[in-house]
Design a protein around this ligand. Structure first.
Ligand SMILES: C[S@@+](CC[C@H](N)C(=O)[O-])C[C@H]1O[C@@H](n2cnc3c(N)ncnc32)[C@H](O)[C@@H]1O
Length: 285
């Protein structure tokens, strides 16, 4: 048998979870090893090693090679958990971040407390904010926009995983705001692009595998924030809320922009690193 057939036979082998774990952990860190094993076996952690699951060797090499090339793990698995829900992700969308869960949690809290119904999610990407909110609070009707047709295709695939939300969440291709005919909103939420253009080259190479259009926003990273803050008042009902995620050093500028456009800042939430990250503001009654 020639060397090629030998290596094909090798690639087509199946490994036990222990063999796969030892191979993965010799190349990758333990957290990633665990995540990959859970993904490939579709098991819970407590049953992983005793399940008798078999893992294709080919898949293990795909993960090791992909990670060595710097492809984000979520793009290799094709999924990311956000607010307890599993979302499909691919290189057309930003990988949902834990700090954005803070924004979504706060939005959910306000929606429940104040009985809000009409919500706009600007720059929806994978649809993670819109879909997790709609799935968590049945009263919400959500319009979600993105300028990227590819991102919207991924968001629509994610919607299919929530059949009960069809009709309550609409994804629309638009430059920030949907047409006026979509009405006005009780709350606008947005995790817009906010990285200054010149910081692109300094970003982690893995982050640079995510779409530039999801991250970059002009010389100071404020272009989208300023445009949203300027137009939002004409699309909000009286007393409505505006929740905005911002960059690590944008608190003062974002505060000034919001105030200049007539918003009252209610709260600024810090992320796990203590960085001011979510601006919670309100349009006057
Ligand atoms: C930081 S990502 C956020 C994605 C998702 N909401 C999340 O939190 O994971 C910003 C999103 O805004 C979209 N975007 C950029 N410019 C836009 C514009 N002018 N109008 C609408 N969406 C825009 C990008 O395509 C991207 O999906």
């Amino acid at each position: 048998m020639g060397p090629r057939r030998n290596s094909l036979r090798y690639l087509n082998r199946f490994l036990s979870v222990r063999e796969a774990a030892s191979l993965l952990s010799s190349r990758l860190d333990p957290e990633e090893t665990k995540e990959i094993l859970l993904f490939l076996t579709d098991k819970k952690y407590h049953e992983l090693f005793f399940s008798g699951a078999k893992i294709p060797f080919r898949e293990i090499t795909r993960f090791i090679r992909g990670r060595k090339k710097g492809i984000p793990l979520a793009y290799l698995t094709g999924e990311k958990v956000f607010m307890g829900f599993r979302f499909r992700v691919d290189p057309s969308v930003l990988i949902p971040r834990p700090e954005t869960e803070l924004l979504a949690e706060k939005a959910l809290l306000l929606a429940r407390e104040k009985n809000l119904t009409d919500l706009l999610d600007i720059g929806t990407g994978s649809g993670c904010i819109a879909l997790s909110l709609a799935a968590s609070f049945p009263q919400l009707r959500i319009t979600a926009t993105d300028i990227s047709g590819k991102a919207l295709r991924t968001a629509k695939k994610n919607l299919k995983a929530f059949p009960s939300l069809t009709g309550r969440v609409r994804f629309i291709r638009a430059d920030l705001f949907p047409p006026k005919s979509y009405g006005s909103f009780d709350m606008i939420v947005s995790n817009p692009p906010y990285v200054p253009d010149k910081e692109w080259k300094d970003l982690d190479p893995e982050v640079r595998r995510e779409p530039g259009i999801a991250l970059l926003a002009g010389p100071r990273g404020m272009d989208s924030i300023e445009r949203i803050a300027r137009k939002a008042p004409s699309r909000l009902k009286k007393g409505a809320y505006f929740l905005l995620e911002i960059g690590y050093n944008q608190k003062n500028r974002a505060e000034a922009v919001l105030k200049k456009n007539g918003f009252k800042i209610e709260e600024i939430l810090r992320d796990f690193k203590g960085i001011s990250r979510i601006m919670v503001s309100r349009w006057p009654d």
